[in-house]
Design a protein around this ligand. Structure first.
Ligand code: FEO
Length: 398
């Protein structure tokens, strides 16, 4: 069912309430998602993006129930990833000669995935396409946000920025617009999307935001390709992105650990006690990594000014849950975050030092010496671990 956006623009996408994992099994999507496609019906009829391939038949059938597909003059593909181009093949079987407008890099991604002889037309930043009624589409390359082929399309007259993945969220809602949904859910999903998908490209994003702001475009609506469309004060999410791309942090310290017989868990709790004793204002959160979703935890790290990571020593190293997670932290390229490490051990006791090295490899600035405790803590050692937490906070301030 199409939904009205503004003027002669309608949403014709797919809301995917069932989605729980995205990018294969990489990214959790507890609140589902949507693949937003838009139909512009001015003197020219334009389709902006499509949907994920499992929904291709449904998408084309729905579109056919709204318009004669032959009436589509142009297709704009802002980004070649399958969640937006996945219905293109099915659609182009019906209208094979329709021109597709995309970035230069999207030629590679579309040809590489679909191997078709489509009428692909390259556009670059500032290029325009007349759609009649005095309106134009203006293209803005969004290279590396988050693929080399990404771009956005701005529609003059109605002042709609079709931003593709930027400013999106994996958040299914029939309400469609930002002013109609729970703001806490919306911002949690928007921030989780940023932390897990866009953060590695923060420096590029910062320059691109400056460029878009410098273009002085009137923006009434930011029509994303996932989740909610921003129509109430749409620039609020641009402002949030400006904060998030500058090594964002809140007054939060996150303790992340794994444990076998709860020795390292008890250390985590004593470290938390020490942090709280030293600074009652800071928010301390503890997560057993094996009981926590990696992407939710990445969001907590994104919000943190520092993390404390613990593992018992196993076979001269650490539990493998930490290895995978710290590899993910390396991938996400968080900046300006401090860290330390801890863990209990029975025999050789390497885990705190191994963790320290892994944290440094992942881009964290480690502070002080990591702490190991042999076997379970005595009451004296409990005090030592509390002091370790206190000292960590003192050193953060210093
Ligand atoms: Fe939503 Fe990068 O695709």
């Amino acid at each position: 069912m199409k939904k009205h956006i503004k003027g002669n623009v309608h949403w014709v996408g797919k809301i995917d309430w069932e989605l729980r994992k995205f990018h294969g099994e990489e990214l959790s999507t507890h609140n589902g998602s949507s693949y937003n496609s838009y139909l512009i019906q001015e003197e020219k009829t334009v389709l902006i993006d499509t949907v994920w391939s499992p929904f291709a038949d449904e998408f084309v059938k729905n579109l056919e129930s709204e318009i004669d597909l032959n009436a589509i003059d142009y297709i704009v593909i802002n980004h070649g990833e399958n969640d937006h181009s996945g219905a293109l093949q099915r659609l182009m079987e019906k209208i094979p000669d329709t021109p597709i407008y995309c970035s230069k890099n999207a030629i590679g991604s579309l040809n590489g995935q679909y191997h078709q002889e489509w009428n692909l037309n390259v556009v670059k930043t500032g290029d325009t396409l007349d759609i009649g009624n005095g309106k134009q589409l203006v293209f803005v390359e969004m290279r590396m946000l988050h693929w080399p082929d990404s771009m956005a399309t701005y529609m003059t007259g109605d002042n709609i920025l079709f931003s593709n993945d930027a400013f999106g969220q994996h958040y299914a809602s029939e309400y469609l617009f930002n002013d109609l949904v729970d703001q806490c859910d919306l911002y949690t999903e928007a921030m989780k999307y940023y932390a897990n998908i866009l953060n590695p490209f923060s420096m590029i994003l910062k320059r691109k935001l400056d460029e878009i702001i410098g273009m002085n475009l009137a923006i009434d609506i930011i029509a994303t390709s996932h989740g909610i469309i921003w129509r109430d004060n749409p620039l609020q999410i641009v402002s949030k992105y400006q904060d998030w791309c500058e090594a964002y942090q809140e007054n939060q310290i996150t303790i992340i650990y794994d444990t076998m017989w709860n020795g390292t868990k008890r250390m985590a709790e004593k470290i938390a006690e020490g942090i709280q004793l030293e600074d009652s204002e800071v928010e301390v959160k503890l997560y057993n990594i094996s009981k926590t979703d990696d992407n939710d935890l990445a969001l907590e790290v994104f919000k943190s000014k520092a993390i404390v990571v613990g593992s018992p020593t196993v076979s001269n190293s650490v539990l493998r849950s930490l290895v995978g997670f710290l590899h993910y932290m390396h991938e996400l390229k968080f900046k300006n975050k401090k860290a330390t490490a801890f863990g209990c051990f029975g025999w050789s006791g390497e885990s705190p030092k191994v963790l320290k090295g892994m944290l440094e490899d992942a881009g964290f600035e480690t502070i002080g010496e990591p702490l190991g405790i042999n076997w379970n803590m005595t009451s004296e050692q409990e005090k030592e671990v509390v002091t370790f937490g206190q000292d960590f906070v003192k050193n953060l301030k210093g």
